[in-house]
Design a protein around this ligand. Structure first.
Ligand code: C2E
Ligand code: CA
Ligand code: CA
Length: 409
C-alpha cells in the first residue's frame, strides 16, 4: 500500500456533497487526517454546490465526493451539473444502494465524460476512502508523468521484428484446483523483451498488434511455443491444462478453429487440455460468425472461458447462451468482495448462478491468504493469482509445482 503521508497532496482541493452533516464531517475528517489537503469544502445542500459549479469566479476542485440519495437534488442530477460545468476532476459516488446500482451510476458518469474514481458503499469505511484517494492521487501523478515524459508507442516495424526475432517471452501463470489443491493448468501470458526498452507489458503491445493486424500471428506463435513446452512438462510427469487469451479480432476468422486444431495435432495434445479465454466485453454481442467459431471449438472438445467476468454488464444467464464452460472472475471482483459485505454477497450470488448453469469458476487476482480463504469458502473451483504464483518461465514450472505440492497437498 502507498504511504499517504509521503504523497504531495498540498495541492488537493476537495468537495464533499451529502445532505447529512454527520457524513460530510466524517469524510472531511478522514481526508484531513490522512491527506491534509489544501482545502475541503463540505456541502449539505446540493443546490449550493451546483450553483458554485456554475460560478466561473471559483476554480473547480480536484476531487468531489457525492452522495446519490439527497432530497431536492439527487446525485444523478448533480452528475449532469458536473458534465455541464465541464468538470474534469475526480469523482467518488457514495451511497447505501446495492453495488449493482452503484455500478450503473458509475457507467452513467462515464457516459457523461466524467472521471469516476470509484464508489463507496455506506456505512462509510475509513480505509475505503483512503484507498480511493490514493488511487486518484496516483492516477494524477501517472498522468502528469505521461505528459512530462510520454512513453513512445511501439511501432509496426518493431512488432514485425519482435515476431521475426522471437522477442516475445512466453510466460505461464499457474492455476490451482481448489478441490485437490494441486496444479491444474497455466495461463499463457506474453511480454515483449525489447532490445532497447527492456521488458514491456502486454497492455502496451496487444492493442498495437491488433491494430496492425498482427495479433493472430502472435497468438499462433505463442500457442505453438506453449504446446512444445506442454510436451516437455508431460515428459516430466507434469499434466497441465493450457489457457490462451484470444483477441476479439480473431473471433471473426472462420479458419481459426482448424488452425488451432492443426497446432494441437502437431504436438499430440488432446483438445481437452486447451482453454480459450475470451473477455466478457467481446461476448456482449453475438454475431453469427462468433457463434459459429465458438461452437466449432466446443464441438472439437476445446474449453471456452469467459475472461474478466465482472468488469462489464453481461449477465451469466445471457452469456450461457454461448457454449462457454468456465467463468474467470476478474480480480476486481475478488478485491471488492474482500472490502465490503455488499460486494461479497454479489460474488456469492454470481457463484450460485454459475453453479446452477453448470459453469466452472476460476478466481483471478487472489493475492493473499485472506482472498484464498474467501474463494475457498465460496465454492470457486480454481484459483489464479500472486498467492499461488506470478507468471513463470516454462522451466520454472516443475520446481514450483514440486514446492507447491509439498506445502499444500
Ligand atoms: P488477463 O487475461 O486478465 O491476465 C491476468 C493478468 O493479471 C496478468 O497480467 C497477470 O500477471 C495479472 N495477475 C495475475 N495474478 C494477479 C494477482 O494476484 N494480482 C494482480 N494485481 N495481478 C495479477 P499481464 O500479464 O500484465 O496481462 C494483462 C492482460 O494482457 C491479460 O489479462 C490479457 O488480457 C492480456 N494478454 C497477455 N498476454 C496476451 C497474449 O499473448 N494475447 C492476448 N490476446 N492477450 C494477452
Ligand atoms: Ca486471461
Ligand atoms: Ca482475466
Amino acid at each position: 500500500m502507498v504511504n499517504a503521508q509521503t504523497l504531495p497532496v498540498k495541492w488537493l482541493d476537495c468537495w464533499v456533497v451529502d445532505d447529512s452533516a454527520a457524513i460530510t464531517r466524517l469524510v472531511g475528517n478522514i481526508l484531513d487526517i490522512h491527506f491534509n489537503p489544501k482545502s475541503i469544502n463540505l456541502f449539505n445542500d446540493p443546490h449550493q454546490a451546483a450553483t458554485r459549479l456554475e460560478q466561473t469566479t471559483y476554480t473547480l476542485p480536484h476531487l468531489i465526493f457525492i452522495d446519490l440519495n439527497m432530497p431536492g437534488m439527487d446525485g444523478i442530477e448533480f452528475l449532469r451539473h458536473l458534465a455541464k460545468a465541464n468538470y474534469k476532476g475526480g469523482l467518488v459516488v457514495c451511497s447505501g444502494m446495492s453495488p449493482r446500482l452503484l455500478k450503473s451510476v458509475e457507467e452513467l458518469a462515464k457516459t457523461h465524460g466524467l472521471n469516476i474514481i470509484g464508489s463507496i458503499i455506506k456505512p462509510i469505511k475509513e480505509q475505503a476512502i483512503v484507498n480511493l484517494v490514493e488511487k486518484f492521487i496516483l492516477s494524477t501523478q501517472d498522468h502528469k508523468q505521461q505528459i512530462d515524459n510520454p512513453e513512445p508507442k511501439i511501432l509496426i516495424y518493431e512488432l514485425i521484428r519482435a515476431l521475426k526475432e522471437h522477442q516475445f517471452m512466453i510466460m505461464y501463470q499457474p492455476i490451482v484446483d481448489l478441490e485437490t489443491k494441486r496444479p491444474y493448468g497455466v495461463e499463457i501470458l506474453t511480454q515483449l523483451n525489447h532490445p532497447h526498452r527492456g521488458i514491456i507489458a502486454p497492455d502496451k503491445f496487444i492493442h498495437q498488434l491488433e491494430f496492425h493486424g498482427l495479433i493472430a500471428e502472435h497468438t499462433y506463435a505463442s500457442l505453438e511455443h506453449a504446446l512444445a513446452q506442454w510436451q516437455q512438462w508431460q515428459q516430466q510427469g507434469l499434466n497441465l491444462h493450457l489457457s490462451i487469451n484470444l483477441s476479439v479480432c480473431m473471433l471473426h476468422d472462420l479458419t481459426m478453429p482448424d488452425k488451432i486444431m492443426a497446432l494441437l495435432n502437431k504436438h499430440q495434445a488432446p483438445p481437452e487440455i486447451l482453454h480459450i479465454e475470451v473477455t466478457e466485453s467481446c461476448l456482449s454481442s453475438h454475431p453469427a460468425a462468433l457463434l459459429e467459431i465458438l461452437n466449432r471449438l466446443n464441438l472439437r472438445g476445446i474449453h471456452l472461458s469467459i475472461d474478466d467476468f465482472g468488469t462489464g454488464f453481461s449477465s451469466l444467464e445471457r452469456l450461457h447462451e454461448l457454449p462457454m464452460d468456465t467463468v474467470k472472475l476478474d480480480k476486481k471482483f475478488i478485491t471488492e468482495a474482500l472490502q465490503s459485505e455488499a460486494y461479497r454477497s454479489s460474488l456469492e450470488a454470481t457463484i450460485v448462478m454459475a453453479k446452477r448453469l453448470n459453469l466452472k469458476l476460476v478466481a483471478e487476482g487472489v493475492e493473499d491468504v485472506a482472498a484464498w480463504n474467501m474463494v475457498n469458502h465460496c465454492g470457486v473451483n480454481y484459483v489464479q493469482g500472486y498467492y499461488v504464483a506470478k507468471a513463470l518461465a516454462g522451466a520454472e514450472l516443475l520446481p514450483w509445482s514440486e514446492q507447491w505440492n509439498q506445502s499444500h497437498v
